[in-house]
Design a protein around this ligand. Structure first.
Ligand code: CP
Length: 302
């Protein structure tokens, strides 16, 4: 399978076989500190990030490459009125690949259409976050030993949550049962539900307490304040769900809790020390998967 030079924009662009190849490659990747020697990665972050940006930077450093970029667009010439298109046309002359996070849906696809080097989507608005999804799939497979036949609940902000949109799309092609748990104001948009593979049945509820006992994985998400136009609406919804030790008494002992992070109040810190917690391992796996991905895309690994 050939990934050299490829853009990573949406999980819609990947077949099941390609996903399995990427996960196998990540698992078996034999790291060398010169695999990306001389390669330069640009990280263009128009929105805040801790995990995605730093895990890409860590991956590049481990493989002998280097990073340039910005974590705040106000320090770039965007501040002076430069367009995204001109920024991409300029930056592509400085590096071997571009990582972009931008609040506008479709911005990563636009950047990929402009650039002649690979572009990796690090989150475009509420749309997609494909490298988070590959990390999530890797984490699920490592923890459960499989990607099929699981009962997976998505909780929280399903309307604006790009990690949920990407991951549910990928998991649906592996024949799982998907539970969408949210208040009606933050339910999964029809456009994403219509894209799910029909081999995976879905159920919708606002009652986590009623179905938590059925789940193998609970994928929790933050209510995303930055996507709300009405602050009062955010205030009304922000404390809808709070996972605590009491709630876990209803869950199967082997149920795993995942979260793309950052968390605000949706998981009590007392849960961190339980066997159910998988979210910090998930964050750590981001480096493993991104190393493998970069080695394939700009390092020419196979
Ligand atoms: N999961 C994730 O995208 O985290 P950051 O916003 O910290 O990059």
């Amino acid at each position: 399978m050939q990934f050299r030079g490829r853009d990573i924009i949406s999980m819609r662009d990947f077949s099941k076989a390609e996903i399995e190849y990427l996960l196998d490659f990540s698992l078996n990747f034999k790291e060398s500190d010169h695999a990306l020697k001389g390669k330069v990665l640009s990280t263009l972050f128009f929105e805040p990030s801790t995990r995605t940006r730093l895990s890409f930077e860590s991956a590049m450093a481990s493989l002998g490459g280097s990073c340039i970029g910005f974590s705040d667009p106000s320090v770039s010439s965007i501040k002076k009125g430069e367009s995204l298109s001109d920024t991409i046309k300029t930056v592509e002359g400085y590096c071997n690949a571009i990582i972009i996070r931008h609040p506008l849906e479709g911005s990563a696809r636009l950047a990929a259409d402009i650039a002649s080097i690979p572009v990796i989507n690090a989150g475009d608005g509420s749309n997609q976050h494909p490298t988070q999804t590959l990390t999530d799939l890797y984490t699920i497979r490592k923890s459960k030993g499989k990607l099929s036949g699981l009962r997976i609940g998505f909780l929280g902000d399903l309307k604006y949550g790009r990690t949920v949109h990407s991951l549910s799309l990928a998991l649906s092609s592996f024949s799982n049962k998907l539970f969408f748990i949210s208040s009606s104001a933050l339910s999964m948009p029809d456009s994403y539900l219509e894209s799910l593979d029909r081999s995976s049945p879905t159920e919708h509820t606002d009652r986590l307490d009623e179905i938590i006992g059925e789940l193998d994985i609970l994928y929790v998400t933050r209510i995303q304040q930055e996507r709300f136009t009405d602050p009062l609406e955010y205030k009304k919804l922000k404390n809808t769900y709070h996972i605590n030790l009491d709630m876990l008494k209803r869950a199967k002992p082997e149920m795993k809790i995942m979260h793309p992070l950052p968390r605000v109040d949706e998981i009590d810190t007392s849960v961190d020390a339980t066997e159910n917690s998988l979210y910090f391992q998930q964050a750590s796996n981001g480096v493993t998967v991104r190393k493998a991905l970069l080695a394939l895309i700009i390092g020419g690994a196979k």
